[in-house]
Write a protein that binds this ligand. Structure first.
Ligand SMILES: [Zn+2]
Length: 562
Protein backbone atom coordinates (compact mmCIF):
# COMPACT_ATOMS: atom_id res chain seq x y z
CA UNK A 1 0.00 0.00 0.00
CA UNK A 2 1.40 3.38 -1.05
CA UNK A 3 0.58 6.70 0.52
CA UNK A 4 0.59 8.27 -2.92
CA UNK A 5 0.71 6.74 -6.39
CA UNK A 6 1.51 8.78 -9.50
CA UNK A 7 -0.03 6.82 -12.35
CA UNK A 8 0.98 7.00 -15.99
CA UNK A 9 3.49 9.83 -16.08
CA UNK A 10 6.57 10.12 -18.22
CA UNK A 11 9.58 9.88 -15.95
CA UNK A 12 12.42 12.37 -16.37
CA UNK A 13 14.46 11.01 -13.51
CA UNK A 14 17.01 13.82 -13.17
CA UNK A 15 20.00 11.75 -14.31
CA UNK A 16 19.72 12.87 -17.93
CA UNK A 17 18.89 9.33 -19.05
CA UNK A 18 16.07 8.81 -21.60
CA UNK A 19 12.56 9.37 -20.28
CA UNK A 20 10.00 6.56 -20.06
CA UNK A 21 6.43 5.92 -18.97
CA UNK A 22 6.02 4.54 -15.45
CA UNK A 23 4.19 4.89 -12.18
CA UNK A 24 5.80 6.20 -9.00
CA UNK A 25 4.91 4.70 -5.62
CA UNK A 26 5.51 6.83 -2.53
CA UNK A 27 5.45 5.89 1.14
CA UNK A 28 6.51 7.82 4.28
CA UNK A 29 7.85 10.71 2.23
CA UNK A 30 10.10 8.57 0.05
CA UNK A 31 9.95 7.00 -3.37
CA UNK A 32 9.62 3.24 -2.85
CA UNK A 33 9.07 1.94 -6.38
CA UNK A 34 9.05 3.06 -10.00
CA UNK A 35 7.55 0.91 -12.76
CA UNK A 36 4.16 -0.63 -13.59
CA UNK A 37 2.70 -0.58 -10.13
CA UNK A 38 -0.48 -2.37 -9.13
CA UNK A 39 -0.49 -2.13 -5.34
CA UNK A 40 -3.20 0.03 -3.80
CA UNK A 41 -2.65 3.56 -2.61
CA UNK A 42 -4.34 5.93 -0.17
CA UNK A 43 -4.34 8.45 -2.98
CA UNK A 44 -3.73 8.05 -6.71
CA UNK A 45 -2.97 10.93 -9.05
CA UNK A 46 -3.61 10.30 -12.73
CA UNK A 47 -0.71 11.93 -14.50
CA UNK A 48 -1.74 10.94 -18.06
CA UNK A 49 1.56 11.34 -19.84
CA UNK A 50 2.69 14.59 -18.23
CA UNK A 51 6.32 14.90 -17.19
CA UNK A 52 7.23 13.64 -13.72
CA UNK A 53 10.56 15.05 -12.57
CA UNK A 54 12.46 15.51 -9.33
CA UNK A 55 11.40 18.79 -7.69
CA UNK A 56 13.54 21.71 -8.80
CA UNK A 57 16.17 23.01 -6.40
CA UNK A 58 16.58 26.78 -6.48
CA UNK A 59 20.24 27.46 -5.68
CA UNK A 60 19.97 31.22 -5.20
CA UNK A 61 17.21 32.70 -3.07
CA UNK A 62 16.82 35.28 -0.32
CA UNK A 63 13.79 33.63 1.30
CA UNK A 64 15.58 33.54 4.70
CA UNK A 65 12.92 35.69 6.39
CA UNK A 66 9.93 35.12 4.09
CA UNK A 67 9.75 31.40 4.87
CA UNK A 68 8.68 32.30 8.42
CA UNK A 69 5.46 34.02 7.30
CA UNK A 70 5.11 32.18 3.99
CA UNK A 71 6.32 28.59 4.55
CA UNK A 72 5.63 27.65 0.90
CA UNK A 73 8.01 30.31 -0.35
CA UNK A 74 5.48 31.65 -2.84
CA UNK A 75 5.92 31.99 -5.73
CA UNK A 76 8.75 29.41 -5.97
CA UNK A 77 6.41 26.50 -5.15
CA UNK A 78 4.18 27.32 -8.17
CA UNK A 79 7.12 26.61 -10.49
CA UNK A 80 7.86 23.07 -9.35
CA UNK A 81 10.51 24.21 -6.88
CA UNK A 82 10.59 21.87 -3.87
CA UNK A 83 13.84 23.02 -2.21
CA UNK A 84 15.52 26.39 -1.92
CA UNK A 85 18.93 27.52 -0.74
CA UNK A 86 18.92 30.57 1.56
CA UNK A 87 21.79 32.58 3.01
CA UNK A 88 23.20 33.70 -0.34
CA UNK A 89 25.38 36.74 -1.05
CA UNK A 90 26.86 36.86 2.45
CA UNK A 91 23.41 37.54 3.92
CA UNK A 92 22.00 35.19 6.53
CA UNK A 93 19.84 35.79 9.59
CA UNK A 94 22.22 33.77 11.79
CA UNK A 95 24.38 33.79 13.73
CA UNK A 96 23.00 36.96 15.37
CA UNK A 97 23.04 38.04 18.99
CA UNK A 98 20.24 40.47 19.92
CA UNK A 99 22.59 43.46 19.64
CA UNK A 100 23.67 42.50 16.10
CA UNK A 101 20.22 41.95 14.62
CA UNK A 102 19.80 45.48 13.42
CA UNK A 103 23.12 45.34 11.54
CA UNK A 104 21.86 42.25 9.72
CA UNK A 105 18.55 43.96 8.90
CA UNK A 106 20.38 47.08 7.66
CA UNK A 107 22.22 44.92 5.13
CA UNK A 108 19.16 42.95 3.97
CA UNK A 109 17.07 46.09 3.57
CA UNK A 110 19.41 47.71 1.11
CA UNK A 111 21.16 44.87 -0.72
CA UNK A 112 18.06 42.76 -1.27
CA UNK A 113 15.56 45.63 -1.21
CA UNK A 114 13.30 44.05 1.40
CA UNK A 115 11.45 46.67 3.40
CA UNK A 116 12.54 47.27 6.99
CA UNK A 117 8.92 47.23 8.22
CA UNK A 118 8.37 43.82 6.60
CA UNK A 119 11.47 42.39 8.27
CA UNK A 120 10.74 43.96 11.64
CA UNK A 121 7.19 42.71 11.68
CA UNK A 122 7.84 39.40 9.95
CA UNK A 123 10.81 38.04 11.91
CA UNK A 124 10.49 36.75 15.44
CA UNK A 125 14.09 36.32 16.49
CA UNK A 126 14.10 33.04 18.34
CA UNK A 127 17.73 32.26 17.63
CA UNK A 128 21.27 33.36 18.16
CA UNK A 129 23.20 30.54 16.51
CA UNK A 130 22.88 28.95 13.07
CA UNK A 131 21.74 25.74 14.81
CA UNK A 132 18.89 27.60 16.50
CA UNK A 133 17.95 29.38 13.25
CA UNK A 134 17.74 26.05 11.39
CA UNK A 135 15.61 24.59 14.17
CA UNK A 136 13.26 27.59 14.10
CA UNK A 137 13.01 27.41 10.30
CA UNK A 138 12.24 23.70 10.41
CA UNK A 139 9.21 24.05 12.68
CA UNK A 140 6.90 25.15 9.85
CA UNK A 141 7.94 24.68 6.22
CA UNK A 142 5.96 23.90 3.08
CA UNK A 143 8.98 23.46 0.82
CA UNK A 144 12.45 22.35 1.87
CA UNK A 145 15.19 24.80 2.69
CA UNK A 146 18.94 24.49 3.05
CA UNK A 147 21.04 27.33 4.39
CA UNK A 148 24.44 28.88 3.84
CA UNK A 149 26.27 30.63 6.67
CA UNK A 150 26.60 34.29 5.64
CA UNK A 151 29.86 36.16 6.14
CA UNK A 152 28.09 39.42 7.08
CA UNK A 153 26.31 37.94 10.10
CA UNK A 154 29.44 36.07 11.19
CA UNK A 155 31.50 39.26 11.07
CA UNK A 156 28.96 41.30 13.07
CA UNK A 157 28.67 38.50 15.65
CA UNK A 158 32.36 38.77 16.42
CA UNK A 159 33.13 42.44 15.72
CA UNK A 160 29.82 44.26 16.33
CA UNK A 161 29.65 47.52 14.37
CA UNK A 162 33.44 47.46 13.91
CA UNK A 163 32.65 44.93 11.20
CA UNK A 164 31.72 47.77 8.85
CA UNK A 165 34.76 49.88 9.81
CA UNK A 166 37.93 47.79 9.68
CA UNK A 167 39.80 44.57 9.03
CA UNK A 168 39.66 41.81 11.62
CA UNK A 169 42.45 40.88 14.02
CA UNK A 170 43.86 37.35 14.09
CA UNK A 171 41.92 36.67 17.26
CA UNK A 172 38.67 37.83 15.68
CA UNK A 173 39.25 35.67 12.62
CA UNK A 174 39.76 32.69 14.92
CA UNK A 175 36.39 33.41 16.57
CA UNK A 176 34.71 33.72 13.19
CA UNK A 177 36.12 30.37 12.19
CA UNK A 178 34.44 28.82 15.23
CA UNK A 179 31.09 30.30 14.20
CA UNK A 180 31.47 28.96 10.65
CA UNK A 181 32.42 25.56 12.02
CA UNK A 182 29.44 25.54 14.41
CA UNK A 183 27.12 26.51 11.55
CA UNK A 184 28.44 23.76 9.32
CA UNK A 185 28.18 21.22 12.13
CA UNK A 186 24.57 22.29 12.67
CA UNK A 187 23.82 21.42 9.05
CA UNK A 188 24.52 24.46 6.88
CA UNK A 189 25.36 23.55 3.27
CA UNK A 190 28.17 26.07 2.84
CA UNK A 191 29.39 29.62 3.30
CA UNK A 192 28.55 32.77 1.36
CA UNK A 193 30.38 36.08 1.10
CA UNK A 194 29.86 39.41 -0.62
CA UNK A 195 32.57 41.61 -2.13
CA UNK A 196 30.26 43.38 -4.55
CA UNK A 197 31.34 47.06 -4.62
CA UNK A 198 27.73 48.18 -5.15
CA UNK A 199 26.47 46.44 -2.03
CA UNK A 200 25.99 48.89 0.79
CA UNK A 201 23.76 48.99 3.85
CA UNK A 202 20.81 51.22 4.55
CA UNK A 203 23.19 53.71 6.19
CA UNK A 204 25.42 53.73 3.05
CA UNK A 205 28.23 51.81 4.79
CA UNK A 206 29.68 48.87 2.87
CA UNK A 207 28.29 45.49 3.92
CA UNK A 208 30.60 43.97 6.55
CA UNK A 209 32.09 41.22 4.36
CA UNK A 210 33.52 43.84 2.01
CA UNK A 211 35.99 44.88 4.70
CA UNK A 212 37.44 41.40 5.02
CA UNK A 213 41.05 40.91 3.93
CA UNK A 214 41.64 38.05 1.48
CA UNK A 215 43.35 36.12 4.25
CA UNK A 216 40.28 36.41 6.50
CA UNK A 217 38.04 34.97 3.82
CA UNK A 218 40.57 32.27 3.01
CA UNK A 219 40.82 31.28 6.69
CA UNK A 220 37.04 31.02 7.02
CA UNK A 221 36.86 28.86 3.93
CA UNK A 222 39.59 26.61 5.34
CA UNK A 223 36.91 25.41 7.78
CA UNK A 224 34.98 23.94 4.83
CA UNK A 225 38.16 22.39 3.50
CA UNK A 226 38.99 20.82 6.87
CA UNK A 227 35.45 19.44 7.21
CA UNK A 228 35.41 18.47 3.52
CA UNK A 229 31.88 19.78 3.31
CA UNK A 230 29.85 22.63 1.83
CA UNK A 231 29.90 25.05 -1.09
CA UNK A 232 31.41 28.51 -1.35
CA UNK A 233 29.06 31.15 -2.76
CA UNK A 234 30.54 34.41 -4.00
CA UNK A 235 28.91 37.72 -4.81
CA UNK A 236 31.45 40.03 -6.42
CA UNK A 237 35.20 39.67 -5.79
CA UNK A 238 37.80 40.60 -8.39
CA UNK A 239 37.76 43.87 -10.30
CA UNK A 240 36.00 42.57 -13.41
CA UNK A 241 34.60 39.30 -14.73
CA UNK A 242 38.05 37.94 -15.52
CA UNK A 243 39.13 38.80 -11.99
CA UNK A 244 36.02 37.16 -10.55
CA UNK A 245 36.76 33.90 -12.32
CA UNK A 246 40.37 33.99 -11.10
CA UNK A 247 39.07 34.72 -7.59
CA UNK A 248 36.61 31.81 -7.72
CA UNK A 249 39.39 29.54 -9.01
CA UNK A 250 41.66 30.60 -6.17
CA UNK A 251 38.96 29.70 -3.61
CA UNK A 252 38.38 26.34 -5.27
CA UNK A 253 42.11 25.61 -5.33
CA UNK A 254 42.46 26.50 -1.65
CA UNK A 255 39.44 24.51 -0.42
CA UNK A 256 38.75 21.78 -2.96
CA UNK A 257 35.07 22.72 -2.49
CA UNK A 258 32.56 23.72 -5.21
CA UNK A 259 32.52 27.48 -5.77
CA UNK A 260 29.51 29.31 -7.20
CA UNK A 261 30.23 32.73 -8.64
CA UNK A 262 28.07 35.44 -10.21
CA UNK A 263 27.54 35.55 -13.10
CA UNK A 264 27.58 34.99 -16.86
CA UNK A 265 24.75 36.78 -18.59
CA UNK A 266 24.48 38.40 -22.01
CA UNK A 267 24.28 42.18 -22.05
CA UNK A 268 23.82 44.37 -25.12
CA UNK A 269 26.40 46.94 -24.06
CA UNK A 270 29.14 44.25 -24.20
CA UNK A 271 27.64 41.73 -26.58
CA UNK A 272 30.70 39.45 -26.79
CA UNK A 273 31.75 39.59 -23.16
CA UNK A 274 29.88 36.38 -22.28
CA UNK A 275 32.05 34.42 -24.72
CA UNK A 276 35.21 35.56 -23.03
CA UNK A 277 33.77 34.66 -19.62
CA UNK A 278 32.67 31.22 -20.79
CA UNK A 279 36.10 30.56 -22.28
CA UNK A 280 37.82 31.57 -19.05
CA UNK A 281 35.46 29.47 -16.97
CA UNK A 282 35.95 26.55 -19.32
CA UNK A 283 39.71 26.79 -18.85
CA UNK A 284 39.48 26.57 -15.06
CA UNK A 285 36.68 24.02 -15.04
CA UNK A 286 37.94 21.63 -17.69
CA UNK A 287 41.71 22.04 -17.86
CA UNK A 288 42.40 22.59 -14.19
CA UNK A 289 39.54 20.36 -13.06
CA UNK A 290 38.30 22.82 -10.45
CA UNK A 291 34.62 22.72 -9.47
CA UNK A 292 33.65 26.34 -10.19
CA UNK A 293 30.19 27.14 -11.49
CA UNK A 294 28.90 30.39 -12.95
CA UNK A 295 25.34 31.40 -12.16
CA UNK A 296 23.09 32.57 -14.97
CA UNK A 297 19.51 33.75 -15.42
CA UNK A 298 16.89 31.97 -17.48
CA UNK A 299 14.54 34.92 -17.57
CA UNK A 300 15.45 37.91 -19.74
CA UNK A 301 15.18 41.11 -17.74
CA UNK A 302 12.93 43.54 -19.57
CA UNK A 303 12.81 47.23 -19.00
CA UNK A 304 9.62 49.15 -19.95
CA UNK A 305 9.66 52.93 -19.68
CA UNK A 306 8.60 56.29 -21.03
CA UNK A 307 10.60 59.49 -20.78
CA UNK A 308 8.30 60.41 -17.90
CA UNK A 309 9.47 57.57 -15.66
CA UNK A 310 12.66 56.03 -17.13
CA UNK A 311 15.45 55.13 -14.69
CA UNK A 312 17.62 53.38 -17.25
CA UNK A 313 19.41 56.61 -18.21
CA UNK A 314 20.45 57.49 -14.66
CA UNK A 315 24.00 56.32 -15.25
CA UNK A 316 24.53 59.23 -17.71
CA UNK A 317 24.87 62.74 -16.20
CA UNK A 318 23.00 64.83 -18.81
CA UNK A 319 20.20 62.28 -19.04
CA UNK A 320 19.98 62.12 -15.28
CA UNK A 321 19.70 65.87 -14.95
CA UNK A 322 16.95 65.87 -17.62
CA UNK A 323 15.03 63.07 -15.93
CA UNK A 324 15.26 64.83 -12.56
CA UNK A 325 14.07 68.18 -14.03
CA UNK A 326 10.39 69.21 -14.13
CA UNK A 327 8.66 67.80 -17.20
CA UNK A 328 8.47 71.15 -19.05
CA UNK A 329 12.20 71.79 -18.54
CA UNK A 330 12.92 68.20 -19.54
CA UNK A 331 11.02 68.67 -22.82
CA UNK A 332 13.01 71.81 -23.60
CA UNK A 333 16.23 69.91 -22.97
CA UNK A 334 15.15 67.04 -25.24
CA UNK A 335 14.30 69.55 -28.00
CA UNK A 336 17.63 71.36 -27.81
CA UNK A 337 20.14 70.17 -30.39
CA UNK A 338 23.16 71.06 -28.24
CA UNK A 339 21.74 68.95 -25.39
CA UNK A 340 20.95 66.14 -27.82
CA UNK A 341 24.58 66.06 -28.79
CA UNK A 342 25.53 65.37 -25.17
CA UNK A 343 22.76 62.81 -24.74
CA UNK A 344 23.98 60.96 -27.82
CA UNK A 345 27.60 61.06 -26.70
CA UNK A 346 26.80 59.69 -23.24
CA UNK A 347 24.29 56.96 -24.10
CA UNK A 348 25.34 55.81 -27.56
CA UNK A 349 28.80 56.96 -28.62
CA UNK A 350 30.60 56.22 -25.38
CA UNK A 351 31.50 52.51 -25.48
CA UNK A 352 32.37 51.95 -21.83
CA UNK A 353 30.43 49.15 -20.07
CA UNK A 354 26.93 50.16 -19.04
CA UNK A 355 23.63 48.60 -18.11
CA UNK A 356 21.91 50.56 -20.90
CA UNK A 357 22.30 48.70 -24.22
CA UNK A 358 23.80 51.67 -26.19
CA UNK A 359 22.13 50.59 -29.45
CA UNK A 360 18.77 51.39 -31.07
CA UNK A 361 18.19 48.06 -32.80
CA UNK A 362 17.32 46.36 -29.48
CA UNK A 363 15.11 49.17 -28.18
CA UNK A 364 11.54 48.60 -29.35
CA UNK A 365 8.46 50.81 -29.37
CA UNK A 366 6.14 49.08 -26.91
CA UNK A 367 3.11 51.37 -26.87
CA UNK A 368 2.21 54.69 -28.55
CA UNK A 369 -0.34 57.33 -27.60
CA UNK A 370 -1.39 58.71 -31.01
CA UNK A 371 -3.33 56.43 -33.38
CA UNK A 372 -1.26 57.59 -36.35
CA UNK A 373 1.86 56.19 -34.67
CA UNK A 374 0.38 52.70 -34.17
CA UNK A 375 2.42 51.42 -37.12
CA UNK A 376 5.59 51.86 -35.06
CA UNK A 377 4.62 49.49 -32.25
CA UNK A 378 6.87 46.43 -31.81
CA UNK A 379 9.43 47.81 -34.28
CA UNK A 380 12.92 48.79 -33.24
CA UNK A 381 13.90 52.46 -33.06
CA UNK A 382 16.75 51.68 -35.47
CA UNK A 383 14.45 50.12 -38.05
CA UNK A 384 12.03 53.07 -38.01
CA UNK A 385 14.72 55.74 -37.95
CA UNK A 386 16.70 54.13 -40.79
CA UNK A 387 13.59 53.92 -42.97
CA UNK A 388 13.07 57.67 -42.45
CA UNK A 389 16.77 58.34 -42.95
CA UNK A 390 16.96 59.75 -39.44
CA UNK A 391 19.29 59.31 -36.50
CA UNK A 392 18.01 56.89 -33.82
CA UNK A 393 18.28 59.32 -30.92
CA UNK A 394 16.52 62.09 -32.86
CA UNK A 395 13.61 59.81 -33.73
CA UNK A 396 13.42 58.48 -30.15
CA UNK A 397 13.21 62.01 -28.72
CA UNK A 398 10.99 63.41 -31.50
CA UNK A 399 8.25 60.83 -31.08
CA UNK A 400 8.44 61.16 -27.30
CA UNK A 401 8.01 64.95 -27.56
CA UNK A 402 5.17 64.55 -30.05
CA UNK A 403 3.37 62.24 -27.60
CA UNK A 404 3.93 64.30 -24.45
CA UNK A 405 6.65 61.86 -23.32
CA UNK A 406 4.06 59.06 -23.12
CA UNK A 407 5.54 56.77 -25.79
CA UNK A 408 6.54 53.55 -24.06
CA UNK A 409 9.70 51.69 -25.06
CA UNK A 410 11.01 48.29 -24.08
CA UNK A 411 14.42 46.71 -24.14
CA UNK A 412 16.03 43.65 -22.62
CA UNK A 413 18.96 44.48 -20.36
CA UNK A 414 20.31 41.02 -19.74
CA UNK A 415 19.83 37.76 -21.63
CA UNK A 416 18.38 39.62 -24.63
CA UNK A 417 20.23 37.70 -27.36
CA UNK A 418 18.73 34.20 -27.69
CA UNK A 419 21.79 32.78 -29.42
CA UNK A 420 24.09 33.87 -26.62
CA UNK A 421 21.69 32.70 -23.92
CA UNK A 422 21.46 29.25 -25.52
CA UNK A 423 25.24 28.86 -25.41
CA UNK A 424 25.42 30.05 -21.81
CA UNK A 425 22.58 27.81 -20.60
CA UNK A 426 24.08 24.75 -22.27
CA UNK A 427 27.51 25.06 -20.71
CA UNK A 428 28.26 22.40 -18.06
CA UNK A 429 30.02 24.91 -15.79
CA UNK A 430 26.92 27.12 -15.67
CA UNK A 431 24.23 26.76 -13.01
CA UNK A 432 20.78 28.02 -13.92
CA UNK A 433 18.79 30.11 -11.47
CA UNK A 434 19.65 33.58 -10.29
CA UNK A 435 16.02 33.81 -9.24
CA UNK A 436 16.86 35.93 -6.19
CA UNK A 437 13.47 34.71 -4.92
CA UNK A 438 12.37 36.78 -1.95
CA UNK A 439 14.55 39.78 -2.85
CA UNK A 440 13.61 43.15 -4.38
CA UNK A 441 10.00 42.17 -3.94
CA UNK A 442 8.70 45.63 -4.74
CA UNK A 443 9.77 45.83 -8.36
CA UNK A 444 10.88 42.47 -9.68
CA UNK A 445 9.91 38.79 -9.55
CA UNK A 446 11.96 36.04 -11.12
CA UNK A 447 10.68 33.10 -9.09
CA UNK A 448 9.95 31.29 -12.35
CA UNK A 449 13.47 30.61 -13.59
CA UNK A 450 12.62 26.89 -13.91
CA UNK A 451 9.42 27.35 -15.90
CA UNK A 452 11.02 30.07 -18.05
CA UNK A 453 13.90 27.72 -18.79
CA UNK A 454 11.64 24.76 -19.65
CA UNK A 455 9.13 26.82 -21.63
CA UNK A 456 11.12 29.51 -23.38
CA UNK A 457 14.52 27.91 -23.88
CA UNK A 458 14.03 24.15 -23.87
CA UNK A 459 10.66 23.96 -25.70
CA UNK A 460 10.49 27.13 -27.81
CA UNK A 461 14.19 27.46 -28.70
CA UNK A 462 14.92 23.72 -28.51
CA UNK A 463 18.34 24.23 -26.96
CA UNK A 464 18.59 20.82 -25.30
CA UNK A 465 16.60 17.68 -24.58
CA UNK A 466 14.09 17.76 -21.76
CA UNK A 467 16.06 15.03 -20.00
CA UNK A 468 19.16 17.20 -19.98
CA UNK A 469 17.15 20.26 -18.91
CA UNK A 470 15.62 18.44 -15.93
CA UNK A 471 19.09 17.20 -14.99
CA UNK A 472 20.32 20.83 -14.90
CA UNK A 473 17.51 21.89 -12.57
CA UNK A 474 17.76 18.92 -10.20
CA UNK A 475 20.56 16.36 -9.91
CA UNK A 476 23.33 18.81 -10.71
CA UNK A 477 22.20 21.28 -8.08
CA UNK A 478 21.66 18.56 -5.46
CA UNK A 479 25.14 17.20 -6.21
CA UNK A 480 26.89 20.54 -5.84
CA UNK A 481 25.14 21.26 -2.53
CA UNK A 482 25.63 17.74 -1.17
CA UNK A 483 21.91 16.97 -0.90
CA UNK A 484 22.48 13.29 -1.33
CA UNK A 485 18.88 11.98 -1.33
CA UNK A 486 17.37 14.70 -3.58
CA UNK A 487 17.51 15.55 -7.26
CA UNK A 488 16.80 12.07 -8.65
CA UNK A 489 13.72 9.87 -8.93
CA UNK A 490 15.00 6.64 -7.42
CA UNK A 491 13.71 4.24 -4.79
CA UNK A 492 15.00 5.47 -1.43
CA UNK A 493 15.16 9.10 -2.51
CA UNK A 494 12.93 11.77 -1.00
CA UNK A 495 9.63 12.14 -2.87
CA UNK A 496 10.15 15.73 -4.03
CA UNK A 497 8.44 15.86 -7.40
CA UNK A 498 7.38 18.39 -10.03
CA UNK A 499 4.62 17.32 -12.43
CA UNK A 500 4.51 19.52 -15.54
CA UNK A 501 3.21 19.63 -19.06
CA UNK A 502 6.14 20.08 -21.46
CA UNK A 503 3.79 21.53 -24.10
CA UNK A 504 2.46 24.36 -21.93
CA UNK A 505 4.89 24.92 -19.07
CA UNK A 506 5.83 28.57 -18.81
CA UNK A 507 6.20 31.48 -16.49
CA UNK A 508 3.53 34.20 -16.29
CA UNK A 509 4.03 37.95 -16.09
CA UNK A 510 4.63 39.19 -12.54
CA UNK A 511 1.67 40.71 -10.68
CA UNK A 512 1.26 42.79 -7.52
CA UNK A 513 -0.31 41.40 -4.34
CA UNK A 514 -0.62 42.94 -0.89
CA UNK A 515 0.21 39.99 1.33
CA UNK A 516 3.34 40.97 3.25
CA UNK A 517 3.73 41.60 6.97
CA UNK A 518 2.98 45.26 7.77
CA UNK A 519 0.43 45.07 4.93
CA UNK A 520 3.04 45.83 2.31
CA UNK A 521 2.86 45.00 -1.38
CA UNK A 522 5.13 42.77 -3.43
CA UNK A 523 5.38 41.20 -6.86
CA UNK A 524 4.63 37.54 -7.33
CA UNK A 525 4.86 35.37 -10.43
CA UNK A 526 2.74 32.36 -11.27
CA UNK A 527 3.21 29.58 -13.81
CA UNK A 528 1.22 27.61 -16.36
CA UNK A 529 1.55 23.90 -16.98
CA UNK A 530 2.69 22.85 -13.49
CA UNK A 531 -0.34 21.05 -12.00
CA UNK A 532 1.40 19.44 -9.02
CA UNK A 533 4.30 20.20 -6.75
CA UNK A 534 5.00 17.39 -4.28
CA UNK A 535 7.30 17.78 -1.26
CA UNK A 536 8.40 14.81 0.84
CA UNK A 537 5.53 12.77 -0.57
CA UNK A 538 2.77 15.33 0.06
CA UNK A 539 1.05 17.43 -2.59
CA UNK A 540 1.62 21.10 -1.69
CA UNK A 541 0.37 22.67 -4.94
CA UNK A 542 -2.57 21.28 -6.86
CA UNK A 543 -3.75 22.98 -10.05
CA UNK A 544 -1.82 26.07 -9.14
CA UNK A 545 -3.24 26.43 -5.61
CA UNK A 546 -1.77 25.53 -2.19
CA UNK A 547 -3.35 22.48 -0.52
CA UNK A 548 -2.42 23.60 2.99
CA UNK A 549 0.08 20.76 3.52
CA UNK A 550 3.36 21.81 5.16
CA UNK A 551 5.72 18.84 4.72
CA UNK A 552 8.94 20.83 4.19
CA UNK A 553 12.17 20.13 6.04
CA UNK A 554 15.46 21.81 6.66
CA UNK A 555 17.91 19.95 4.45
CA UNK A 556 21.21 19.11 6.03
CA UNK A 557 24.03 17.38 4.19
CA UNK A 558 24.26 13.60 4.47
CA UNK A 559 20.55 13.17 5.02
CA UNK A 560 20.16 14.59 8.53
CA UNK A 561 16.95 16.38 7.46
CA UNK A 562 14.44 17.64 10.03
ZN1 LIG B 1 21.71 37.21 -4.14
Amino acid sequence: MYDLLLKGGRIYDGSGMPSYYADVGIRSGKIVEIGRLNAGAKRTLKIDGLAVAPGFIDPHTHLDAQLFWDPLGTSSCFHGVTSVIVGNCGLSLAPAKPEDRDAVIKSFVRVEAISRRVLEEGIQWKWKSTAEYLDALGTRLGINAAALVGHIAVRHSVMGEDAVERQATGEEVAKMKELVRAGMQAGAVGFSTNQNPRHIREDKKPVASRLAADEELGSLLDVLAEMNRGVVQLSGGGADARGRIAYAAQMARRTGRPVLWQSINHSWSRPNHWQEMLANTQRVFREEGLPIYAMTQAKPFQNRYTLLDAQCFDEFPTWKSAMFSPVEVRKQMFADSAVRKKLRAEAIEDRSPSVFPRRWDVILVDHVKLPKNKIFEHKSVQEIASAADQDGLDWFLDISLEEDLQTRFVHTNTQGDPQAVCEILKHPAVMIGQSDAGAHMGYDARFGYSTAFLGCWVRDHGIMSLEEAVNKLTFRVASVFGLSDRGLLRPGFAADIAVFNPATVNTLEPEYVQDLPANETRMIQKATGVPHTIVNGEVVIEDGAPTGALPGKVLRPSGRDT
